[in-house]
Design a protein around this ligand. Structure first.
Ligand code: FEO
Ligand code: CA
Ligand code: CA
Ligand code: CA
Length: 640
C-alpha cells in the first residue's frame, strides 16, 4: 500500500547523449578513472605488463585477469564495526579472453595462432577466474590498489576447488585425475556474481561449454547436446593441446563446470567451493536475499536463448555473526525453476507465476523418466526443468532484488532471435528442441518475436516473502527503438519510458543501489544504425522504478560492453566494469582494409590500437578491459 512505498530519490544529474567515441562519457560534474586494468600487477612479485601479446602465463597468473565482468566491493569495518567507504576488498570476475588481443600476432595462414601450445592454453586459463584486490581511497578522492596487500589474490582456471553439495562425488563428476569427483581445477567463464551477508563472493560459471571440444570422432550424448558441448567449442583450441578439454579424453570434465562457486575473499588461503545444490546451467549472476525466516534465497538466470530462471532456497537459516553456522548455508536446499503464466488476461504483459521444485522423486523427476538421484537432477538441471514445463525466456541475464520493497525482483532479458516468427528452426543454440516445442511462440512474459532490444521483467513474491512458491509479475520496461519505430503502439518502439533520448538495446547487468535506484548496463549492438539507430556505444542508465524515468549516465568506449557494478556504502563511489573495448564486429568506426573488407583477427593482433586505445590513450599497446571508479568531483552521493 502507499504507506509502505518509499518516495523516489531525486536525481539531479543531467543525462548524457549517446556516443560512438573511443572514450568514457559521464555526466557533467562526474569523473571516471581506471582502477584495475587487464595485466596490472596484482600479487607480490608480479611483473609489469608488456602488452604486446608476449606476456607469459607465469606473469598473467600474478596480474589482473582479462574481461572483468561482475564484481563486488567488500568494505572493511572501522573501529566501531561500521563498514568503511574508503577501504576494502574489490573482487572481480574475469570472464574470457579475446584471442586477437590476447596472443601475439603470427604468420601461419592456416591459423595465425599456430603453433598452438599448452603454454597458450595455460596463459588463457591464468587470465580467467577471479581477482581479489585491496583498494583504498586517498585524501584526493582517488582510488588505488594497495600494493603488497596480503589479500591480493588470483584465482584462475586451474586453481584447485572443492565440489560440495548433493552432486559431489557423483560418477558423472569423476575423472582420471580426480577419481573422487570432488576436486576441480579452476572456474571458467565467470560472468556475473553476487555476495552473501556472511562476507563471501559467489561467482557464476556461464558459457563453460565453449572451452571444450574433441579430437577425432564423437557422437555427442544428450547431456552434451543440451549444454552445447560441441566438437570445436567456441574456437579456443584448448582441446587440441590439453586433454582436460578434449571430451573424448576426459568426457566428464564439462560436468564439473556450470556451477556457482563460493569464495571467501577475507581468507586468502581459503579454497573456493563449487556449490552443486544451486544447479548446473549457464549461470549469469547470483542475487542473494535473506528471507524473513532467515533462509537464504539465491536467484540465478540461465543465459541462453529460451532458457529458464531459477531460485535456490537454503535448508538452514542465516544467523548474523554465526560464522561457522553460515559458512555452508549454500550446501543444501531446494532449487526451483519459474513458470510465468498469462494470468487473468493474456497479452497485457502481466500475470502470475509459480516456482516448481527440482526435487528427485517429485513432478516426474523419477527413474521411469531417467532421473536417478538428486545429484543427477542437479547435474542435468536443464533437462529436469524441461520436464517441468518451465517458461522459456528471452535470455535471462542479471537478476536483482529491490532493497526498498521486500520480495520484488527484476531480471534483464537481453534479447532473443529465436522466438516467434524468426527464421531459426530450433529453440536451442545447439539446434535441439525442448519439451515438444519446435520454437516458442511469443507469450505474455516474452511478448516480441525476434526480440532485438530486450526487456526487464519483475516479479513480486507472494506475501513479499522470497521463499514463496508463487508470484505476480509484470514487465517493468521494454527496450526498443522509437526513432526507427515512432508508432508507440508498435512494441518495437519500446515501452512508454523509452524515448529517442534514452533508448538503448540489450540490458544485461542490472543492480539496485542502496537508495533503491535501478542501474542498467548494456551488452548489445553498437552499430548505431538500422534497428539500433540512435543507440550508440554500450552504456549505463539509471531507472527510477517508482516513476519509470530512465536517464543515461555513462557511455563506454568503442566496441565495449558495460558490465559489473558495485558501490561504496556511502554511495560516493561506483565501480563499473568496461569489458572488451576494441571488439570489432559491426562497429561503424572500425577501420576497413583498403579493399573495403574487414580486418581478420591476426590483422587486429598486429595493429590492435587501430581499433581502440582505451584506456591507455597515446601510450596504449592494446585495448584493455578495465574497472572504472566513477565519482562526483564534489565528493557527493552518486546519482542524487
Ligand atoms: Fe556473460 Fe550472459 O553474460
Ligand atoms: Ca496477463
Ligand atoms: Ca552478462
Ligand atoms: Ca550479454
Amino acid at each position: 500500500d502507499d504507506a509502505a512505498t518509499p518516495a523516489p530519490v531525486q536525481s539531479s544529474f543531467k543525462p548524457i547523449a549517446i556516443s560512438i567515441a573511443d572514450n568514457v562519457q559521464v555526466p557533467e560534474g562526474y569523473v571516471a578513472e581506471p582502477l584495475l586494468r587487464w595485466g596490472d600487477p596484482l600479487v607480490n612479485g608480479a611483473p609489469a605488463w608488456i602488452g604486446d601479446g608476449n606476456d607469459t602465463w607465469q606473469a598473467q597468473e600474478m596480474q589482473f585477469g582479462d574481461n572483468c565482468d561482475g564484481n563486488w566491493f567488500f568494505p572493511f569495518a572501522d573501529g566501531a564495526g561500521k563498514p568503511r567507504s574508503d577501504r576494502g576488498l574489490f573482487v572481480s570476475n574475469h570472464e574470457y579472453i579475446n584471442p586477437e588481443y590476447f596472443y601475439a600476432p603470427g604468420n601461419d595462414a592456416a591459423d595465425w595462432r599456430n603453433p598452438f601450445s599448452f603454454d597458450k592454453v595455460k596463459k588463457a586459463l591464468a587470465a580467467h577466474g577471479v581477482s581479489v584486490a585491496e583498494v583504498q581511497r586517498g585524501s584526493d578522492g582517488k582510488w588505488s590498489m594497495v600494493q603488497g596487500s596480503v589479500y591480493n589474490r588470483r584465482i584462475t582456471g586451474y586453481t584447485p576447488m572443492d565440489v560440495t553439495g548433493p552432486a559431489a562425488g557423483h560418477a558423472l563428476l569423476r575423472t582420471a585425475a580426480d577419481p573422487s569427483g570432488s576436486e576441480v581445477l579452476g572456474t571458467l567463464n565467470n560472468c556475473a556474481a553476487g555476495w552473501t551477508p556472511w562476507g563471501t563472493y559467489v561467482t557464476c560459471e556461464e558459457n563453460f561449454n565453449g572451452y571444450f571440444g574433441w579430437n577425432g570422432e564423437r557422437t555427442p550424448n544428450a547431456l552434451e547436446n543440451r549444454y552445447g558441448v560441441a566438437r570445436d567449442g567456441f574456437g579456443y583450441r584448448w582441446h587440441e593441446v590439453d586433454p582436460r578439454f578434449d571430451v573424448n579424453a576426459t568426457p566428464n570434465e564439462p560436468n564439473r563446470h556450470g556451477w556457482i562457486v563460493e569464495i571467501d575473499p577475507f581468507n586468502p588461503a581459503s579454497k573456493p567451493k563449487k556449490r552443486t545444490a544451486l544447479g548446473r546451467f549457464k549461470h549469469e549472476n547470483a542475487e542473494v536475499v535473506v528471507a524473513p525466516n532467515g533462509k537464504v534465497v539465491v536467484y540465478s538466470g540461465d543465459d541462453e536463448r529460451n532458457e529458464y530462471i531459477y531460485k535456490f532456497v537454503s535448508d538452514r537459516a542465516y544467523k548474523a555473526g554465526d560464522a561457522a553456522g553460515n559458512r555452508d548455508l549454500l550446501e543444501s536446499g531446494t532449487l526451483y525453476v519459474a513458470r510465468f503464466d498469462a494470468g487473468a488476461t493474456a497479452g497485457d504483459q502481466k500475470g502470475t507465476g509459480v516456482w516448481m521444485p527440482l526435487v528427485f522423486g517429485q513432478n516426474g523427476l523419477t527413474p521411469e523418466n531417467g532421473f536417478a538421484s538428486q545429484a543427477d537432477v542437479l547435474i542435468r538441471t536443464r533437462q529436469a526443468a524441461d520436464r517441468l514445463g518451465a517458461t522459456m525466456m528471452d535470455r535471462p541475464e542479471w537478476i536483482t532484488a529491490n532493497p526498498k520493497k521486500a520480495g520484488e525482483v527484476y531480471c534483464a532479458l537481453t534479447n532473443n532471435n529465436r522466438r516467434g516468427t524468426t527464421t531459426a528452426s530450433s529453440n536451442k543454440a545447439d539446434g535441439s528442441t525442448v519439451a515438444g516445442s519446435a520454437r516458442p511462440a511469443v507469450d505474455d512474459a516474452n511478448p516480441r518475436a525476434n526480440n532485438l532490444w530486450g526487456s526487464i521483467i519483475r516479479w513480486n513474491e507472494a506475501g513479499g516473502d522470497v521463499t514463496a512458491t508463487s508470484f505476480d509479475w509484470d514487465i517493468f520496461l521494454i527496450a526498443g527503438n522509437p526513432k526507427k519505430y515512432p508508432d508507440r503502439s508498435d512494441l518495437r518502439s519500446g515501452s512508454a519510458a523509452i524515448t529517442v533520448d534514452n533508448q538503448f538495446n540489450s540490458p544485461d547487468g542490472i543492480g539496485f543501489d542502496f537508495l533503491g535506484r535501478l542501474w542498467i548496463q548494456t551488452d548489445g549492438s553498437y552499430n548505431n544504425s538500422g534497428e539500433y539507430d540512435g543507440q550508440g556505444n554500450n552504456q549505463m542508465l539509471m531507472a527510477d522504478v517508482l516513476t519509470g524515468e530512465v536517464k543515461r549516465f555513462l557511455v563506454g568506449p568503442s566496441g565495449c560492453e558495460v558490465t559489473g557494478l558495485t558501490f561504496s556504502p556511502d554511495m560516493k563511489t561506483m565501480f563499473v566494469g568496461i569489458q572488451h573495448p576494441g571488439e570489432v564486429g559491426g562497429h561503424p568506426n572500425a577501420p576497413k582494409k583498403t579493399d573495403g573488407s574487414t580486418y581478420g583477427d591476426n590483422d587486429i593482433a598486429r595493429e590492435p590500437t587501430k581499433f581502440s586505445t582505451w584506456p591507455d590513450g597515446a601510450a596504449a599497446r592494446r585495448p584493455r578491459s578495465t574497472v572504472l571508479v566513477v565519482r562526483r568531483a564534489d565528493g557527493g552521493v552518486i546519482g542524487t
